[in-house]
Design a protein. Structure first.
Length: 205
């Protein structure tokens, strides 16, 4: 997938979060969106995902040379973010089966492999409401890494992870970069060390 942003801007009430953003995101690349708190990093990711609309400008999502219907962009992406909730009443296995009713497992993998990689094999039948915050974040990341999608959006991906969890993320995010576009919203250089380009929203006020 490739994405072109033209004159993109977002304001809430009378306050501009960012404006006049022109940029192209190209497949097989990883991009970091950085900026101080309140600069609109999460907002921009949600605009890219189609969850919210910009105030000015527009986005074009292109797949294999064809423009995508804005109403169908969600079919081609996974968004991982601290503010997105899992189904707390589900067990780990139920959550995975539910997720992969809507997304295809990445080629060459299966659910058992993913559980092993997430290091959650002792929690297969545990309800997610009993998971620690770090376990939940590892699960969210695993769903993103191992879903077959053209666009992977990661918002503050190491939130709630301890040091071993952060190292796990760093190991596996690099392996998830091939054949997709990855955009990471973060202020922590360690989180976006895999990215080739950085977009600082402080330049778009």
């Amino acid at each position: 997938m490739e994405i072109k942003a033209t004159g993109l801007g977002k304001k809430f009430n009378y306050h501009w979060i960012f404006k006049n953003l022109d940029f192209e995101f190209k497949i097989n690349n990883a991009y970091a969106i950085t900026g101080p708190n309140g600069s609109g990093k999460s907002t921009l990711l949600q605009i890219i995902s189609g969850y919210i609309t910009p105030t000015t400008g527009g986005l074009t999502h292109t797949l294999q040379g064809n423009n995508l219907d804005p109403n169908h962009i969600y079919r081609h992406l996974v968004l991982v973010a601290p503010y997105l909730k899992l189904v707390e009443e589900f067990t780990l296995m139920e959550q995975l089966n539910f997720h992969f009713q809507f997304k295809t497992i990445k080629t060459g993998w299966n659910i058992s492999d993913i559980i092993e990689i997430m290091e959650l094999k002792d929690s297969i039948h545990k309800q997610i409401k009993y998971f620690s915050s770090g376990m939940k974040q590892r699960l969210k990341l695993g769903l993103g890494f191992y879903s077959q999608c053209e666009l992977l959006l990661l918002d503050e991906p190491t939130s709630n992870l301890d040091e071993p969890g952060i190292q796990w993320y760093l190991d596996y995010v690099k392996k998830s970069l091939s054949d997709r576009l990855v955009i990471i919203s973060s202020n922590r250089k360690q989180e976006y060390s895999c990215c080739q380009q950085e977009i600082s929203l402080k330049n778009y006020k």
